[in-house]
Design a protein around this ligand. Structure first.
Ligand code: ADP
Length: 446
């Protein structure tokens, strides 16, 4: 087991990782930018190192500075969390070259899945159903038109290097295609420094259902059920739940087995998420994330497995601690992402939290890195906490969620709590009848 883990992240996830390390008796190192000197993850770590100024490129994304922090503190492993360098294959490689363990999959798996075209080809070869689309990159508008006409409109132009819903544009007809193609490329170039795009059939009313997988890198792998993340705004998840109200036991088992077998074949190590769109009873692979997800607590609630602790265990050479038949699913869990944003316009609302009262009670978990008096810096994403509620069934979970949301008080800044208070009372949500477009339509109407 490791002696000291450096956590190359900030906010709630840095604290989440610290908690797992502490339970395992591992010392923790926090790194932070000058904007985060007062952050909770810094205060609670055993050691901390300031690695630069607020822009992420000067701190959380700066590999030489992170390496220097490892060297100064003698950390023998790095947990990247999500975002920042968590899916940067070069970072994983550089750490290994310095005999520091990257707590995550191999750099090869990160690389394969980080390029969406290679990821789709790999998934297909492993027997995973994929969204119909172009065979690889589409380089010119003429080529795009040919593929789109063959496939039929609407189509979606997507960035090969994509992430966070950027570099993605819909073309409803031939007349839209030119503009969609050029804007997707320009957005991809600006966001990822790579303007390569491909085309997919645009599904009209799918749900986003993802399968949590876990492997030990030695050919043992399991699935830990699904999460339904269909409640989205601008392709960004807002609320996640498990199990999905749209799946039955048979479809759940079938897709779970397909994905777990694929992970066994490639000897996948650590936590991963295989994302699908689900429409008319069919699954279509869209991408794989080779890291811990924001919404991982939903799976932890229904499986009672600590995913971060398991990540650390297998990264240090341990075997998978459970077989598929040992994984038992119990009850229902829902997570709400609490963002420091206006609940209607979604304009970020950084500033000082003057009052902070999180909910509690049976089945309620709050993962957050903030506290009363804390000043949210304007430089990073606006997620300030996650409310995760578990109940014996979906109905109990919703009752508990309504109660927990009504207890949650955050003053001084705007948050998305009022929006969740509305959503958990909408019949379509309480009945589980929503697809990936539901929230945008709701926001447009209200
Ligand atoms: P990113 O990596 O940028 O998050 P994804 O490929 O994971 O991109 O897709 C994000 C979201 O975009 C999906 O959850 C879904 O809402 C929408 N989306 C992606 N591909 C399609 C598609 N082929 N048809 C319809 N919606 C899609």
């Amino acid at each position: 087991m490791f002696d000291k883990v450096l956590i190359a992240n900030r906010g709630e996830i840095a604290l989440r990782i610290q908690r797992a390390c502490k339970e395992l008796g591992i010392a923790t190192v926090a790194v932070h930018s000058t904007a985060d000197a007062d952050a909770m993850h810094v205060r609670l770590a055993d050691e901390s190192v300031c690695i630069g100024s607020p822009p992420a490129s000067d701190s959380y994304l700066n590999i030489p500075r992170l390496l220097a922090a490892c060297e100064i503190t003698g950390a023998d492993a790095v947990h990247p969390g999500y975002g920042f360098l968590s899916e940067n294959a070069r970072f994983a490689e550089i750490l290994e070259e310095h005999s520091i363990t990257f707590i995550g999959p191999t750099s090869e798996h990160i690389r394969i899945m980080g390029d969406k075209i290679t990821a789709k080809e790999t998934a297909k070869a492993l027997g995973i159903p994929v969204v119909p689309g172009s065979d690889g990159e589409v380089a010119t508008e003429a080529q795009a038109m040919k593929v789109a006409k063959e496939m039929g409109f609407p189509v979606l132009i997507k960035a090969t290097a994509g992430g966070g819903g950027r570099g993605m544009k819909v073309a409803h007809s031939a007349a839209d295609l030119g503009l969609a193609f050029s804007t997707a490329r320009a957005e991809a170039k600006a966001a990822f420094g790579n303007d390569s795009v491909y085309i997919e059939k645009y599904l009209q009313k799918p749900r986003h259902i993802e399968i949590q997988v876990f492997g030990d890198g030695k050919g043992n792998a399991v699935h830990l059920g699904e999460r339904d993340c269909s409640l989205q705004r601008r392709h960004q998840k807002i609320l996640e739940e498990s199990p999905s109200p749209a799946l039955n036991a048979e479809s759940r088992k079938k897709i779970g087995e397909i994905v777990a077998n694929a992970m066994k074949k490639i000897k996948y190590r650590g936590a991963g998420t295989v994302e699908f769109l689900f429409e008319d009873g069919e699954f279509y692979f869209i991408e794989m994330n080779t890291r811990l997800q924001v919404e991982h607590p939903v799976t932890e609630a229904v499986t009672d497995i600590d995913l971060v602790l398991e990540q650390i265990r297998v990264a240090s050479g341990g075997n998978l601690g459970f077989r598929q038949e040992d994984v038992k699913f119990s009850g229902h869990a829902i997570e709400c992402r609490i963002n420091a944003e206006n609940p209607r316009t979604f304009r970020p609302s950084p500033g000082q939290i003057t009052y902070w009262h999180p909910p509690g009670g049976l089945g309620v978990r709050v993962d957050s890195g903030v506290y009363q008096g804390y000043r949210i810096p304007p430089f990073y994403d606006s997620l300030i906490g996650k409310l995760i509620v578990h109940g014996k069934n979906r109905n109990e979970c919703l009752m508990r969620l309504r109660r927990a949301l009504s207890e949650f008080v955050i003053d001084g800044i705007e948050t998305t709590i009022p929006l969740f208070n509305e959503l958990v009372r909408q019949p379509d949500i309480t009945n589980g009848l929503y697809d990936i477009h539901w929230l945008e339509k709701y926001l447009g109407k209200s």
